[in-house]
Ligand binder design. Structure first.
Ligand code: NIG
Ligand code: FE
Length: 417
């Protein structure tokens, strides 16, 4: 099966020498080819170039030709942080916040993550699977080609395993590339209210070994925050997970400056995510590390949190990834186009920086940047073609519009409007 996309107005994010990640000033550059063609064979990008250099095709068998006149081709977005396996919804808490409660107030009343956790206990694997597939279809039509999905609404051995088995099934039936993360340390379940130590022991001595045994998680994450898990607990849990082959990630500095970023750096986390309350100390500490700072603009927007200092981080030379945080409590959408818009409009990222953040750097944050996140020969054929638009900046500019016309995943056309 072959696809040739020709007359492309602009082929975005092309790489001749693929990079694993882009840091600081390198994020300002977005390499594009005007008036281009792109060739796909099976699920791989095999060639691209300028229409002026195009010498034609020798073998026309099994070839689909797509004319992209006045349209732009992007590599699919990579969404390196979601919780999109969940039961029910939480619009009641949304209304409570409109009426004056905070995210922390709602958690203190037994809501928030604990609300999703009790809903999940009563929901079958089949229903979780079907609802997650619907969400995956939605984000795929909005341009996402690879996604990380966390557990963390189980909070017991059985329910965490249930979530992770659903994610494993999604990996085998969804065309999207999926990475899985164990987030048992998302909140302290009510029954452990007075014995946090016992819950941490359960995570380390029972859940992590069982999950490793079934090979259910690529990463392990901890919500490092007041009333959730301390910096020392975060380090302890992540070191245990690392021993079992899971790469660390951290929910860091979302509601306060609480040590999550430094914990992540200490254990060599692949990413530290949220960062609304990150300060100069963390920005300095992140320099020259392998840890990718990741912002989740939808969650900060939805909860009305302060903006993360994204501009300051890039200006200090750091890389930055952008992800959605798709979840029922703090970001009930996985639309990466909207994440680009918020990053540009509220955090003053340039469109080039935002697109790099949502493609190559978010691919890095889930250990996929050798195969995803740019248009390069040999990479996965996950791309989208826009409607007729004047330039790539029109995507973040047109917030709220759906400008994606055709989605190609694994070299197959999956959406055509
Ligand atoms: O990334 N901060 C912790 N976890 C999620 C929210 C989960 C929820 O409220 O259900 C987040 O924002
Ligand atoms: Fe999250």
């Amino acid at each position: 099966m072959k696809i040739l996309i020709k007359n492309i107005k602009q082929l975005v994010q092309v790489e001749h020498q693929p990079q694993l990640r882009l840091d600081g000033p390198a994020m300002k550059k977005l390499f594009c080819l005007d008036s281009a063609w792109l060739a796909i064979e099976d699920d791989i990008i095999v060639a691209f170039g300028s229409m002026t250099d195009w010498t034609g095709i020798s073998d026309w068998s099994n070839l689909t030709i797509i004319d992209a006149t006045d349209k732009i081709v992007f590599p699919s977005y990579c969404d390196s942080h979601t919780h999109l396996v969940y039961a029910g919804s939480r619009e009641g808490e949304f209304v409570d916040r409109i009426n004056g409660l905070t995210y922390e107030d709602i958690f203190a009343r037994g809501g928030g993550i604990l609300n999703s956790s009790s809903k999940l206990q009563d929901t079958s694997e089949e229903i979780l699977l079907q609802s997650a597939l619907t969400r995956l279809d939605e984000i795929m039509s909005q341009g996402t080609g690879a996604v990380e999905i966390k557990s963390g609404y189980g909070l017991s051995t059985d329910s965490e395993l249930k979530m992770l088995r659903v994610i494993k099934k999604l990996k085998s039936i969804s065309p999207l590339t999926i990475k899985s993360t164990f987030l048992g340390a998302h909140a302290l379940p009510a029954i452990y209210k007075n014995n946090k130590r016992d819950y941490i022991d359960l995570l380390i001595n029972e859940m992590i070994p069982k999950i490793a045994d079934e090979q259910l998680a690529d990463f392990c994450d901890v919500f490092c925050e007041q009333n959730y898990f301390t910096k020392a607990e975060t380090i302890e849990i992540l070191i245990a997970a690392q021993y079992y082959g899971m790469t660390p990630k951290v929910h860091a500095e979302q509601l306060s400056n609480f040590g999550g970023t430094l914990a992540g750096i200490e254990v060599g986390a692949i990413s530290v995510d949220h960062l609304e309350f990150v300060g100069d100390q963390e920005i300095t500490a992140l320099q020259n590390t392998k840890t990718m700072p990741t912002i989740l603009p939808g969650a900060a927007f939805f909860l009305g949190l302060p903006h993360p200092p994204a501009r300051r981080m890039i200006d200090a030379g750091l890389g930055l990834a952008i992800a959605s945080d798709f979840n029922p409590g703090s970001c009930p959408t996985g639309n990466m186009n909207l994440m680009l818009s918020i990053s540009c409009i509220q955090y003053k990222l340039t469109p080039e920086e935002a697109i790099n953040g949502a493609t190559i750097n978010s691919a890095y944050a889930m250990n996929l940047s050798t195969t995803h996140g740019s248009i390069a020969v040999g990479k996965k054929a996950n791309v989208f073609i826009t409607k007729e638009i004047p330039s790539y900046s029109f995507i973040p500019y047109s917030f709220g519009s759906n400008l994606i016309e055709t989605v190609i995943i694994n070299g197959k056309v999956t959406k055509q409007n």
